[in-house]
Design a protein around this ligand. Structure first.
Ligand SMILES: *Cc1c(COP(=O)(O)O)cnc(C)c1O
Length: 360
């Protein structure tokens, strides 16, 4: 457990943005959590300090070899003033799986949960309460050893920053248009696609930029070997409702094991909707659409929660899904999941963790 956490409160509280000015990831709260690692001392010196720049040696390994991991989760304030975190253990467990893949030292889960609770307690006034807003939490690790040899770093920092957010896409819960990428590849089995590590995202920017130029908000990646199996969107897993059954790509070693994906599967199964986790080809989707069987498509991720997909473009073949409108099931999933997260609906799965137990 976390011991002797030092807390240094800021003397200059920032002006908080209005709810309609939030956007995603533009504003940061007054404080941050930071903890150091060295091979000799393990993780040590956990502390909460005013939000501020970090000073790193230009030779710090993170700049050169990208040894870095991140996570993303959200906190919500309920109408009766409780603060709830959505499945935080899942994120920290995944962070440890990413750590393992990138040769970064493991974190103690209870320590991180405690750090989250204490940081949220310090900045709880920053949790927005308007509909579709929340406090996005970004834990991350960077390799800080100042040394240019290609080898795992001997020193790291684990940091948590927090950002009050509105909708992730400017479309909100309205359908997004997605470009199916046939040239660039995000990941292959055996690579780092399963890990939430910076390189995956840097490598995807070019395709995303080209898709944007064509009027698409994101890229849908195909598998790197055959270029035919559907993988995921830049920061979302994907689901397709075909003939009443919901299909999603199986966890295959090259896509991210999303917490939202996992939760949506549980919700659907709870409602007795059949879910098929399997390899899905892009041809198959177009074929299902031609037969009138492709009913809905949506992406899932912490940032957007559920994002309906209204259009796909694969090699200039445009496929409009559900007339470009939000499907009934997508809407029901969005309303249910956000209802549970905001503490407005019952939480039959025990997903929400109360963060307001700590008083600062
Ligand atoms: C973060 C992320 C997701 C969504 O995961 P959640 O745990 O649901 O937020 C999906 N795909 C990629 C590539 C991601 O980085």
């Amino acid at each position: 457990m976390l011991q002797l956490l030092e807390i240094e409160l800021t003397k200059n509280k920032k002006q908080q943005p209005a709810a309609d000015q939030l956007g995603f990831g533009n504003h940061f709260t007054d404080h941050m959590f930071i903890m150091d690692y060295s091979t000799d001392n393990g993780w040590h010196k956990p502390r909460i300090i005013p939000y501020q720049p970090i000073v790193l040696d230009p030779a710090a390994k993170v700049f050169h070899y990208g040894q870095t991991i991140f996570e993303g989760l959200k906190a919500y304030k309920t109408d009766d003033g409780r603060v709830l975190l959505f499945r935080p253990q899942k994120n920290i467990q995944r962070m440890n799986r990413s750590n393992e893949r990138l040769s970064v030292p493991e974190l103690d889960i209870d320590t991180v949960i405690e750090a989250l609770k204490q940081l949220i307690a310090v900045d709880k006034d920053w949790i927005p309460t308007a509909p579709s807003t929340s406090l996005y939490i970004r834990p991350f690790i960077i390799a800080t050893q100042a040394q240019l040899g290609v080898a795992p770093s001997t020193h790291y920092q684990f940091i948590i920053i927090m950002s009050p957010v509105g909708a992730y896409y400017t479309e909100g819960v309205n359908p997004v248009k997605i470009f199916v990428e046939s040239d660039y590849v995000r990941s292959v089995k055996g690579g780092v696609g399963e890990a939430k590590t910076a390189g995956n995202y840097a490598a995807g920017l070019k395709a995303q930029e080209l898709a944007k130029e064509k009027g698409y908000s994101q890229v849908l990646w195909l598998d790197g070997v055959h270029r035919k199996y559907i993988e995921e969107v830049g920061s979302m897993n994907v689901f397709f409702k075909i003939n009443g059954v919901v299909h999603t790509p199986a966890l295959n070693g090259s896509i991210l094991d999303g917490v939202t994906r996992n939760s949506i599967i549980q919700l659907l199964q709870h409602w007795n909707v059949q879910v098929a986790q399997r390899p899905i080809t892009i041809e198959e989707l177009y074929e299902a659409s031609r037969k009138g069987e492709l009913e809905e498509a949506f992406g899932t991720g912490t940032a957007a929660v559920i994002s309906p997909i209204g259009e796909l473009n694969w090699k200039d073949d445009v496929l409009v899904i559900n007339k470009g409108l939000t499907g009934e099931l997508s809407k029901k999933l969005y309303d249910t999941l956000t209802g549970i997260q905001m503490g407005k609906l019952a939480d039959p799965f025990g997903w929400m963790v109360e963060a307001s137990a700590v008083n600062v």
